[in-house]
Write a new protein. Structure first.
Length: 161
């Protein structure tokens, strides 16, 4: 099986995988990409959120058989060549994480939101980021997402000059 993960072509030996294997286990166990976390295994918590063709999906229930010809982006691929993604920077500046376990999934859900909504309000953020966080960092998540949206808007404006 050939996949595109974080803009790189990845060839997976078919003897290493079962087509019904969830993407999460390919990432963590086969490819040793441990930034995507295992939380619940039933798509409820969001710790395993990645992007498939730009959409946030729960990798713990996404079978490999559904990924042929699609592009996967993980937390390891969120930052660009110019440094951290504006969301990652906002997460640091606004001290979003406490324990941090769910944060990679939250960042990926937030990044997918900002791809489709350049100026999200609290209700938009709450609707898009359904990830569970036991630490209660959701108020800081909202502030950080809005800060990242402003940074992305400044980048777009500078690029259009």
């Amino acid at each position: 099986m050939n996949l595109t993960i974080n803009e790189r072509s990845v060839a997976i030996d078919d003897s290493q995988i079962d087509p019904s294997m969830p993407l999460l286990w390919l990432l963590r166990d086969v490819l040793q990409m441990t930034g995507t976390k295992y939380g619940c295994g039933v798509a409820a918590c969001g710790a395993c959120t990645v992007h498939v063709d730009g959409a946030a999906v729960r990798s713990c229930v996404t079978p490999l058989s559904s990924l042929q010809g699609k592009s996967v982006r993980t937390i390891e691929g969120l930052a660009g060549a110019g440094g951290p993604h504006p969301l990652q920077q906002a997460w640091i500046e606004h001290q979003v994480p406490q324990c941090g376990y769910c944060q990679s999934g939250m960042l990926m859900a937030a990044a997918a939101l900002l791809e489709t909504n350049r100026d999200p309000g609290d209700a938009d953020i709450d609707a898009a980021i359904t990830n569970l966080c036991r630490c209660g960092s959701v108020p800081r998540v909202r502030v950080a997402v809005k800060a990242a949206a402003r940074q992305l808007a400044r980048r777009r404006a500078a690029a259009n000059r």
